[in-house]
Design a protein around this ligand. Structure first.
Ligand SMILES: [Zn+2]
Length: 365
């Protein structure tokens, strides 16, 4: 989810299920062109700029094929940043921001600012003291202020070693907030796509942000043991997929990692929490911890620039509909909803039976 592409570039997250190149090399573009044979230079660039899903309906499999053909650093990843990616980003920013003084904060898309008092410019002159994570929120603390960032579905953070001398014009393009350090480096927050959900808050206490205040416990915390997990699930009656994604129940798990956890646990996403036995809870707890811990380790390696090009994404079923399950070889299936979809392996998770997909059955009628 995080990768450093060339000096000073860090691209992070998107609503497009790959890590995108800011400036694809000629080799990557050539490989992409060879695979499609129908896209021109501009269209190819739009693919890499993350706007192509709407334009061309291209799929993850296509991007993966491009990556393999090019040998380039494209990397398949989750659909949106979740706990492991935000944790890796926190780790990266901890290295790059703590102890540095903020010189300028330029709000360029007012809609992303969810608070106005104090203004974001109040950060100017303050020194960053820590970078924390609450669920999927980043918390950059400077002075007595906290800059809380939720990247949501299409938000990005791009690290920059330097910035152009002339400030960009507000309201143009995806640039939402620019933060420049006294050393001349810093980061841009950007947002692409139609659903504007990137959210930036400047507060004295993180708990002033409603999305932070209502977060459930962090599933990677030492205190998050099997009993805690069992107690949380025992308090709700709903499908397990929805329960895992509920931020007020457990902080930081989204659509991608809930698919992964359920696949590891060999459990149907539609299974009801009320139907979970003691063994089910143990399996699910173990799957949750190992899946998230593995992903954090993997993402950290990437953030540190140590990812080898051949290292595969850890996703087993998420975003892989139509491909073979890495465990049993059965074809990974998908259930579509109005604004998302889930993927699962019928052999591993549902006793071989496909789950009902209302959209699909409507199409087949
Ligand atoms: Zn399987």
């Amino acid at each position: 989810m995080i990768d450093a592409f060339g000096p000073g570039r860090l691209m992070f997250g998107s609503d497009w299920p790959v890590c995108l190149l800011a400036a694809p090399s000629a080799g990557v573009l050539e490989a992409a062109r060879a695979l499609t044979g129908r896209l021109g230079e501009e269209e190819l660039r739009s693919v890499f700029a993350g706007t192509a899903r709407r334009v061309h309906g291209l799929r993850t499999t296509w991007i993966r094929a491009v990556r393999q053909a090019s040998g380039g650093p494209l990397r398949q990843a989750g659909v949106m940043p979740e706990l492991p990616e935000v944790e890796a980003l926190r780790d990266f920013l901890d290295d790059h921001l703590v102890g540095k003084e903020i010189a300028r904060v330029l709000p360029l898309a007012i809609s992303v600012l969810k608070t106005y008092d104090p203004p974001v410019t109040a950060l100017e002159g303050a020194t960053v003291t820590s970078v924390a994570r609450h669920g999927k929120f980043l918390d950059i603390a400077a002075g007595d202020l906290h800059l809380l960032v939720h990247l949501a579905r299409a938000g990005w953070l791009q690290w920059r070693d330097d910035f152009p001398a002339t400030p960009p014009r507000p309201g143009k393009g995806p640039l939402a907030l620019r933060t420049v350090l006294t050393g001349g480096d810093g980061f841009d927050l950007t947002e692409r796509g139609t659903t504007k959900r990137l959210a930036v808050h400047l507060v004295h206490d993180p708990a002033e942000v409603p999305g932070v205040a209502r977060l459930g416990p962090d599933p990677l915390a030492d205190s998050f043991d099997r009993e805690t997990f069992a107690r949380l699930l025992g308090g709700v009656s709903r499908q397990i997929k929805g329960a895992l994604r509920d931020q007020s129940l457990i902080a930081g798990i989204g659509n991608a990692y809930s698919d992964e956890i359920l696949h590891v646990a060999k459990m149907s996403p539609f299974k009801l929490t009320t139907g979970l036995g003691e063994d089910d809870i143990t399996h699910l707890y173990t799957a949750l911890r190992t899946t998230l811990q593995d992903a954090v380790e993997r993402s950290r390696g990437v953030a540190a620039g140590k990812l080898k090009a051949e290292k595969k994404s850890g996703m087993r079923v998420h975003g892989r509909a139509g491909q073979p399950c890495p465990v049993c070889g059965d074809t990974v299936l998908e259930v579509s909803f109005s604004d998302s979809s889930l993927q699962y392996c019928p052999t591993c998770q549902t006793g071989g039976k496909p789950l009902a997909d209302r959209r699909l059955s409507r199409l087949l009628k």
